[in-house]
Design a protein around this ligand. Structure first.
Ligand SMILES: Nc1ncnc2c1ncn2[C@@H]1O[C@H](COP(=O)(O)OP(=O)(O)O)[C@@H](O)[C@H]1O
Ligand SMILES: [Mg+2]
Length: 418
């Protein structure tokens, strides 16, 4: 038998908490897997930023990337490594680069998802380009902003077409408010979008490979309390719908790790933000939900690294469009899209891998999330974000929620073995 080590790289920005948990749990798992004619173990390393030759071989088997969307050196290092060395990376850097919120709206409208009515506006101020003025004078059509506002309806949301982190998002109630927000948007390219008023449920789903977590979300709460701890807010068919929706989006764009926001009104879920290929992964936002997501990341990344899963650099959309053309109720088409993704994400092989090699993850993770080492990570993250006088209070707050998760997890585990 040949022995080999799979090296997993973490390409990080300001992430403090989850990488520490990820590294420590993988160390404690103490894995040595027999796969085919290989015996495999794992090492995890944080990727350094440095000059590189375009021909320099990549040492990593897979990289979990949190930088590509804003740090181009890492993005280009990853792209070269995918091309030259078949690196597997979460997420596909080309798909992140080319698919902003706007494209994802269009694509999911084409697949039949009830994305709210959305218009795009030319920017208030032309981009800084020597031809900008001439182009706008010749071809920029004068328009009445309020006509767009009325076509979409009030209230509506005006927000950047490539948004993220609530930057530049305004809810406006009148033509005057819309004009003020548009004037302030300067060079940003903006969407005007129907507001889903009177929704009775707001959910965020987070997909990691074929695993999807469904969480209730409250956008009106302060940042640390937006993810809600709630259990029976949706029924089985709705839960399955939300899982299928997340898988459809992630499979279509080739993303392994992404989140989606959906608002339920009159029993229909309207997805409004699902191009988040570097979703929030911090304990200070996810608290109770954080351990489950860290575990999902551990399982999926070990599977990808162990089996040397291949990145598909080209997105293949036709199979989804083929399902879209079928004369079927939407729910059945959505199930069809999700099945394409399940196959692409090798769901059966993944489940078998977890059952065969990772059956002790739950136990090891449960012990870790109740340990002082985990509390130290929570404290470090809180210390990086909160003013000095709030550090102890919020460390205890998030720690308490993680301990509550440990309790529910221990109950779940004893039920499934009992
Ligand atoms: N069409 C909409 N209907 C209702 N609420 C919306 C809509 N668009 C945005 N919002 C609210 O504004 C928040 C930020 O908008 P979003 O599109 O998610 O931007 P970002 O990409 O910056 O997170 C959402 O979480 C939601 O609370
Ligand atoms: Mg959002």
């Amino acid at each position: 038998m040949q022995r080999s080590t799979r090296l997993i790289g973490l390409s990080l920005g300001a992430d403090i908490c989850w990488p520490g948990a990820y590294e420590q749990i993988i160390r404690k798992l103490n894995l040595e897997l027999t796969l085919g004619d290989e015996v495999i173990d794992f090492a995890v390393e944080r990727v350094k930023v440095e000059p590189f030759s375009l021909q320099q071989p990549c040492r990593y088997d897979m990289v979990l990337d949190r930088l590509t969307h804003w740090f181009h050196t890492s993005r280009e290092w990853i792209k070269k490594s995918v091309i030259m060395d078949s690196l597997y990376v979460l997420n596909n850097p080309w798909a992140i680069q080319s698919m902003e919120k706007h494209t994802t709206y269009c694509a999911m409208m084409k697949l039949g998802l009830p994305v709210p009515e959305t218009w795009m506006l030319p920017p208030k101020t032309g981009p800084e380009h020597e031809d900008s003025n001439q182009m706008m004078q010749q071809y920029g059509k004068l328009f009445d902003l309020n006509t767009v506002g009325e076509a979409v309806g009030y209230p509506n949301f005006i927000k950047p077409y490539d948004g993220g982190g609530w930057r530049g998002v305004s809810r406006v109630k009148s033509g005057g408010d819309l004009k003020a927000a548009y004037d302030a948007s300067a060079q940003s390219v903006m969407h005007v979008q129907e507001s889903i008023e009177g929704y009775d449920l707001f959910v965020r789903t987070v997909g990691i490979g074929p695993q999807v977590e469904v969480m209730r979300y409250d956008p009106t709460a302060p940042l640390h309390a937006r993810y809600v701890v709630d259990f029976f807010f949706t029924n089985g068919p709705e839960w399955k719908y939300l899982v299928d929706q997340m898988l459809t989006i992630n499979g279509f764009f080739g993303w392994d790790f992404n989140s989606c926001e959906s608002l339920r009104r009159d029993g229909v879920f309207h997805p409004i933000d699902f191009a988040n290929a570097c979703p929030d992964f911090q304990v200070t936002s996810l608290h109770f939900h954080w351990p489950a997501l860290v575990k999902n990341m551990i399982r999926w990344s070990l599977f990808c690294a162990a089996t040397k899963r291949k990145v598909s650099p080209n997105l293949s959309w036709e199979p989804y469009f083929e399902v879209a053309r079928r004369d079927l109720p939407f729910r059945e088409r959505l199930a069809g899209y999700a099945d394409i993704t399940r196959e692409r994400m090798q769901v059966d092989a993944f489940r078998e891998f977890c059952d065969t090699h990772l059956s002790h993850v739950d136990e090891v993770a449960l012990e870790f999330f109740g340990s002082p080492a985990c509390k130290a990570l929570v404290h470090a993250k809180v210390s990086a974000l909160y003013p000095a006088h709030e550090i102890e209070k919020f460390t205890e707050h998030f720690w308490g929620l993680i301990q509550f998760w440990c309790k529910t997890e221990a109950d779940r585990m004893s039920r499934s073995t009992g």
